[in-house]
Design a protein around this ligand. Structure first.
Ligand code: DCP
Ligand code: MG
Length: 582
């Protein structure tokens, strides 16, 4: 909760003044029935029209004041609630940006999206309702009861009886529905996840003809949400009939006993009208209380979910005052007995990995799918932390670097190319904010992207649509390579990023890389032997373990797995070549 107050702080004025204006309105609302007594009992009885107009005018004036107070409160409530929501969303977004992949994996993208949208909306609504009603309603209730008691103490026993009954009903309903709200939110997360997967994978789904399966999966998730929502709805919807029943029963009792007291002369007609007004006022205020309780219970569930994000500290905090310094003479990258496991996975994805890479070397990492290639390179820019052992860059543990410093040294081309909405130029500039046109063009040339960019009508200003849908897989890969190259990083990591390129382009790319990255340490992850055959060092991975380290020739001698991969691929290539010739 303390976290949230920070986001409300700028709106202190509105949050305090709003309820005060609403209170003013409530005071007028409370006074009006009593003034009404004057009209009926004095004005109408004696037929004094001037008196009726006078008092009526006063009532109208009070009503106008009441409405203006209410508008002012509404205005404050909107400003405070919207402002609070915006700030909270920004805060949450910033927090998520600070997360390492660990925390993001743990929450799940869909859940994070829901928390930042739906849950914050819920909190925003709760704040608005708080300003508008949280003070006014209790005031109306107690004020109404007191005014009614002044009018007729005996008749008030009916109201005092119906109140506990009402509160008991409220308690029953709330205690049943509260736990279900958290569940509804969770199911909403699940639905969002299915929907997200479905939309991002729509092409695959169509290609495999899985529409019916996916539709069923969505339907199931949707139905699950529906059922939970219905069961909450069923409980909560009892509220209005029950409160109405209590209210109307009280009114009948008041009319019944009130009539007897009017007949006895203990009560005037005007007073009984005012009395009924007060009872309706109190009981309808209680119905609002019931609805408020629903809103606040929902907000409670959301508060917990938003707070979970706000309270989570990234496991990768920057160490600010480290003493050790990096050394330019040490190997640029060293893995010292590193083991790694993803959170929630039962098994290690990497085990006892040790190797050293010298500055300027070109390294190949090869292995079948799932061997742990991506996992290894994720440890270098510290996307994840090793579970055991150390990843050392220039003689200094990656954990001792400032994240920004570390990542500035490294250019990563991810296995799955991700582009952002904007022009080609914008996307390449992600690598280097102030990159000049020449730098961009040079990077694109090395990445073998220049030709196809030039052939486009808008050239480097061609707009990339959401997720890069208007580019082919190979084009996207080349653009992401250019993005990493423009940064001119000390370490360049290419994760299987020529998989969608034809052999000729792949060859051109490797040649250009070789000629232009003399001082760069390049790590190429691949499943193709040809890509890394000439590397200074090749690391062969199998099932999370190192099978061999060395040059192509060394590995052909010593590493069975490498030899198998080599033979299977190069033989096939030879055959392909023959086919081409034929
Ligand atoms: N793994 C996991 N959780 C993740 C990512 C991977 O449990 N978030 C597991 C799946 C694999 C193992 O870790 O068993 C190694 O995965 P990698 O992504 O490192 O495998 P590769 O990059 O070698 O495979 P590919 O060539 O298919 O990219
Ligand atoms: Mg991979």
């Amino acid at each position: 909760m303390k976290n949230l107050f920070i986001f409300m702080k700028p709106y202190k004025k509105q949050i305090i003044l709003g309820p005060i204006f609403k209170l003013l309105e409530a005071i007028f609302e409370l006074l009006i029935p009593t003034i009404m007594v004057l009209i009926t009992d004095k004005g109408i009885k004696s037929g004094d029209t001037i008196y009726i107009f006078k008092v009526g005018g006063l009532m109208a004036f009070m009503a106008i004041l009441g409405v203006s107070a209410s508008f002012t409160c509404q205005y404050f409530a909107s400003i405070a609630a919207q402002g609070f929501g915006t700030r909270l969303r920004n805060g949450l977004f910033e927090k998520i940006q600070s997360f390492s992949f660990y925390e993001i994996d743990e929450f799940g993208t869909a859940s994070l999206i829901n928390r930042i949208t739906n849950d914050i909306n819920q909190l925003q609504l709760a704040l608005a309702m708080f300003i508008r009603l949280a003070i006014r309603v209790p005031f109306l209730c107690t004020g109404g009861v007191i005014m009614a008691m002044f009018l007729d103490l005996k008749l008030s026993s009916i109201m005092l009886l119906s109140l506990p009954l009402f509160l008991f009903a409220l308690y029953l309903i709330m205690s049943k529905s509260t736990p279900l709200y958290g569940l509804v939110q969770k199911k909403l997360d699940k639905l969002a996840l299915v929907l997200r997967e479905n939309l991002t994978g729509i092409r695959v789904i169509r290609a495999f003809g899985m529409e019916t399966y996916e539709k069923k999966r969505f339907d199931n998730s949707n139905e699950d949400l529906l059922n939970t929502a219905i069961s909450v709805g069923k409980i909560v919807n009892v509220m209005n009939p029950v409160t109405n029943l209590i209210m109307n029963a009280s009114l009948i009792a008041i009319l019944w006993f009130g009539a007897i007291r009017v007949n006895n002369g203990a009560l005037t007609q005007g007073k009984i009208i005012a009395y009924i007004n007060y009872t309706t006022l109190v009981l309808s205020a209680l119905i609002i209380v019931a609805n408020l309780v629903i809103i606040f219970t929902k907000a409670g569930a959301s508060l917990k979910r938003v707070n979970e994000v706000l309270m989570t500290e990234s496991t990768m905090k920057d160490i600010t005052n480290y003493k050790e310094v990096k050394s330019e003479n040490a190997p640029i990258i060293e893995f010292d007995n590193v083991s790694f496991m993803y959170k929630g996975a039962g098994d290690y994805s990497l085990q006892d990995i040790s190797f050293k890479i010298k500055k300027g070397q070109t390294i190949g990492i090869i292995g079948s799918t799932g061997a742990g290639k991506t996992s290894i390179i994720n440890l270098i820019p510290r996307f994840y932390d090793a579970v055991k052992g150390k990843v050392i860059i220039k003689g200094l543990d990656v954990k001792k670097y400032k994240k920004e410093e570390l990542r500035n040294m490294i250019g990563v081309v991810q296995q799955k190319p991700v582009l952002f909405t904007g022009t080609i130029k914008d996307n390449i500039r992600w690598g280097l904010e102030n990159a000049s046109e020449e730098q961009i063009e040079k990077a694109a040339k090395i990445a073998q992207a220049h030709k196809f960019i030039e052939s486009m009508k808008e050239g480097y200003d061609t707009v990339i649509f959401h997720g890069g849908v208007n580019f082919s897989g190979g084009q996207k890969q080349r653009l992401t390579i250019a993005r990493a190259l423009v940064k001119n990083p000390e370490i360049l990591i290419l994760d299987d990023c020529s998989s969608a390129l034809d052999f000729a382009t792949d060859l051109e790319l490797r040649k250009a890389l070789k000629n232009n990255t003399k001082d760069m340490t390049v790590i190429m992850v691949t499943q193709r032997i040809t890509t890394i055959k000439n590397a200074d060092m090749i690391i062969v991975l199998n099932d999370g373990k190192i099978e061999g380290v060395g040059t192509n020739d060394e590995l052909m001698e010593s590493c069975v797995v490498y030899k198998e991969i080599y033979n299977s691929q190069l033989q096939k290539e030879d055959e392909d070549e023959k086919e081409d010739v034929i």
